[in-house]
Every structure is written in C-alpha cells, then in structure tokens.
Design a protein around this ligand. Structure first.
Ligand SMILES: C[S@@+](CC[C@H](N)C(=O)[O-])C[C@H]1O[C@@H](n2cnc3c(N)ncnc32)[C@H](O)[C@@H]1O
Length: 268
C-alpha cells in the first residue's frame, strides 16, 4: 500500500497525456511548462521572487526538496548554471521531472532527480550550499526530523530557502487543497511554531516575509482553469478536483485560513 501523501499525487498524475502533448508541441522555453510544473501558490512569479533573494555560482550545489515536477530545479539551473539535485517522495514525479528536463538539453547536465524521503535524505553529510523547500512542510508530520536532515546535508553556513503554506488565524483550512483531500493528511503550523522550530534546529533567520497578498493577487489573476500557452492543464497532475482545490485556495487566502511565507535561513 502506498503512503497517503504518495497516493495523493500518484493517483491523479496523467504522465502519458502530458508527454504525448509535449512531444506533439515541443516546449521552447521552460515557462511553457508553468501550467503543470509549479505546484505551489504563486507560480513562476513566486519562484522567481524567491530566487531573486539568492546569489549562486556555477559550482554551487543545490537540493530542491520535494521537487515535484522539477519547475524550480529548472529555474535554478537556468538562472545560476548551478548543479541541482531534485528529490521527491513520489518516484513518478521524479521520473516525469527528468523527462520534462530532457526537452531542454542545456539544462539536462545540471540536474539530477532522485526518489527519497525528506526525513531520511539519500545524500551524504555537507552535500549542499542551498536547500530549497517550496510548499513541502505542510506534507510533513515530523518537521523537526526533516530540519535535522537538512542541517545534516547542508554545508556549514549553507542556506535554506523556503516558500511555505502556514496556518492563518482562522481555522480550519478548507479542503480539498492541491496538497491534501482533507485535514487528516495536512500538517499546517503557525508562523510562531515554524520559527521556533527553525531556531531549535540551529538555523538563523536572514529573511522572513509574509507574501499572502501577492499569492492572493496571483490566484485571482489565474482562473481555476489556468493553462499555460500550450494548453497544459494542472488537472493532468492534480486530477479533476483541481477546480475545487483552486477555489478553496482562494477562499483560504481571503478568509485568512492559510498564509504564505517566504524565508531564508542560514545553518549554524
Ligand atoms: C505541493 S508539492 C510542491 C512541489 C514543488 N516543490 C513545487 O513547488 O512545484 C509538494 C511535493 O512534496 C513532495 N513530498 C511530500 N512529502 C515528502 C517527503 N516526505 N519527502 C520528499 N518529498 C515529499 C510531494 O510528493 C510533492 O511533490
């Protein structure tokens, strides 16, 4: 039996449809994939804003934790020419992320994907200069253990860049959302709890910004049926419930049931 978080994505992904569509309409730019490869609120704009806070060089090594279909790993490699390891619990996501990256030969040599669990990461100590986590922690019941693993795989003075969904002042969150069909498999925490966990895990905060307003503006400007120019639909990844998930994201943001934060921490 698959773990529930794996089942959630595994059961909806239509890999054949996505690949057939792209073989018939080969993408010229990574942004063409935005309808399916940005599995977070705010799309490429949010990723670009987070990457703007960072300065990386070609020799730097980055781990994209919970990489999904690899949108962020491709943007990292494209912007900085660095080496990126995408890791995700869902092996089918890793497989498709790799196939999507093969449409861009110049990026291919910069990125590898590996199936793995954030709680027991398949990397040696001190492997990375940066770990990036976008919309991942709400999947994880044991965040303290995940933060300890990030400490282990980061080099001393390495950075953790986060773009996460946290619990707002009004509860409960309305489900389904893109990450969970109901509350039993969603682990939203408040900003206070997350920040104290980061302190305890040995990280120092360099940047913390509530980007809920930007996320709301993005959600309002992208209809629930949003597709990229070449017709890729988020429903090919998230299933036919996507429209209701998108509507709930809007309501959760408007009613302050969730908030979105962007943060950068440095490892002691
Ligand atoms: C909402 S998606 C975000 C994907 C990607 N970061 C993005 O922003 O496009 C969350 C991802 O975290 C992955 N995930 C959930 N639990 C995980 C775990 N314990 N270890 C690694 N990946 C995990 C899921 O499979 C999924 O791909």
């Amino acid at each position: 039996m698959l773990a529930p978080e794996l089942e959630h994505y595994h059961s909806h992904l239509d890999q054949v449809r996505i690949l057939n569509h792209l073989r018939a309409n080969p993408p010229q730019k990574t942004s063409t994939l935005a309808g399916i490869d940005q599995l977070h609120i705010g799309g490429r704009d949010a990723t670009a804003r987070l990457l703007e806070q960072l300065y990386l060089e070609a020799e730097h090594r980055v781990m994209d934790m919970g990489c999904g279909l690899g949108g962020t790993s491709r943007m990292l490699a494209e912007k900085f020419g660095c080496q990126v390891s995408g890791m995700d619990y869902c092996g089918e996501f890793c497989e498709l992320a790799e196939q999507l990256t093969q449409f861009f030969p110049a990026l291919n040599e910069h990125i590898t994907y590996v199936q793995g669990d954030a709680i027991q990461q398949p990397f040696a100590n001190y492997s990375f200069d940066l770990v990036i986590s976008q919309h991942c922690l709400m999947h994880m019941p044991e965040v303290d253990k995940v933060l300890a693993e990030i400490q282990r795989v980061l080099k001393p003075s390495g950075l953790l860049a986060m773009h996460e969904v946290i619990a707002g002042p009004v509860q409960p969150c309305l489900y389904p959302t893109p990450w969970a069909m109901d509350g039993s498999n969603s682990f939203l925490t408040t900003s206070e709890v997350l920040q104290s966990r980061m302190d305890r895990a040995g990280f120092t905060q360099l940047h913390w910004q509530d980007v809920t307003e930007e996320a709301l503006a993005w959600r309002l400007s992208h209809g629930a049926d949003s597709r990229s120019a070449r017709g890729l639909s988020p429903s090919w990844v998230l299933g036919h419930n996507f429209r209701q998930m998108a509507e709930n994201i809007l309501l959760n943001l408007q009613q302050e049931r969730i908030r979105i934060v962007e943060a950068i921490y440095v490892r002691h």
